[in-house]
Design a protein around this ligand. Structure first.
Ligand code: OAD
Length: 265
């Protein structure tokens, strides 16, 4: 493992890493909430701020919590939606969207994040493993549907069947979208470079993806200022903020202005 980090917090990129990115024919990037942290969206295991500091997210992001108190859960997600709506994509999101433009068929972006910031930055080949907080779905029919404009109920009701709506996200104990998960594992098996950025690597099945890539012979890069269970398995462990290193890495490998990087336009 090549550990890259300079004492002053800046990051040095080895030539071998840059050429690995440049020469890769199939890249998978797995992102977690650390990538959105620089947009002001709290990471998942960060102490909840404001009104919700008394609540453990594990007590809110579960079907049982929703059955017990749908109003509380809906209000917690409304609070998170407002955070996300105020947030903007940061240089990490921009650099990954830029990378997709340079490798339209060569990059699959898998995210655990539900904030939709990759899409807003311009990424289109995105697998949202845990859903998207900006979408709602019927809690009975399990179809994506939005509340009627004049529905003031909390939670609102499904216009079709009248059942409560819920956020279109995966809760603890729920299964991920099956087809999407298979697509993610197939991409991990077929890539020659796997980049894990901004995730603690603690939640399955997403946490197994980098190991699937390693088993298939991929080079593994981790971008995280802290250690994770993945760090010791990584070929390159970049102890840095994703917003610092991703624009640099894409620019070093492909040249040109990286939108959202320091000298971005
Ligand atoms: P966590 O909060 O578990 O981990 C965030 C990781 O990002 C930590 O390892 C931080 O060190 C790192 N980090 C923080 N700021 C960073 C930055 N600027 N650049 C790079 N890394 C940074 O969040 P996730 O790993 O995303 O699932 O959590 C995974 C899943 O656990 C979530 O999707 C959610 C939760 O249960 C569901 O809700 C189903």
């Amino acid at each position: 493992m090549i550990l890259s980090s300079l004492g002053d917090g800046s990051i040095s990129l080895s030539d071998s890493l840059v050429s690995t990115l440049r020469d890769a024919r199939s890249i998978v990037v797995l992102t977690g909430s650390g990538v959105s942290a620089e947009s002001g969206v709290p990471t998942f295991r960060e102490a909840q701020t404001g009104l919700w500091e008394l609540y453990d997210p594990h007590e809110l992001a579960t079907p049982e919590a929703y059955q017990r108190d749908p109003k509380l859960v809906w209000e917690w997600y409304s609070w998170r939606r407002e955070l996300v709506e105020k947030a903007a994509p940061n240089p990490s999101h921009e650099a990954l969207a830029d990378l997709e433009r340079r490798l339209p068929e060569g990059l699959v972006l898998i995210t655990q994040n539900v904030d939709g910031l990759h899409w807003r930055a311009g990424s289109r080949r995105v697998l949202e493993l845990h859903g998207n907080i900006m979408r709602s779905k019927c809690s009975v029919e399990d179809i994506a549907v939005e509340a009627g404009a004049d529905d003031e109920n909390v939670p609102p009701s499904c216009p079709g069947c009248g059942a409560y709506l819920r956020p279109d996200v995966v809760w603890f104990g729920e299964v991920l979208p099956v087809g999407m998960l298979e697509e993610a594992f197939e991409a991990a098996r077929g890539c020659d470079l796997f980049i894990s950025a901004g995730t603690s690597g603690l939640v399955q099945p997403a946490a197994s993806l980098p190991f699937e890539a390693l088993r298939s012979g991929a080079v593994l890069v981790e971008i995280n200022p802290n250690d994770t269970p993945l760090t010791r398995h990584a070929d390159y462990a970049l102890r840095s903020l994703a917003g610092e290193v991703l624009p640099k890495l894409v620019k070093a490998a492909f040249g040109g202005q990286v939108r959202g990087g320091r000298s971005g336009h």
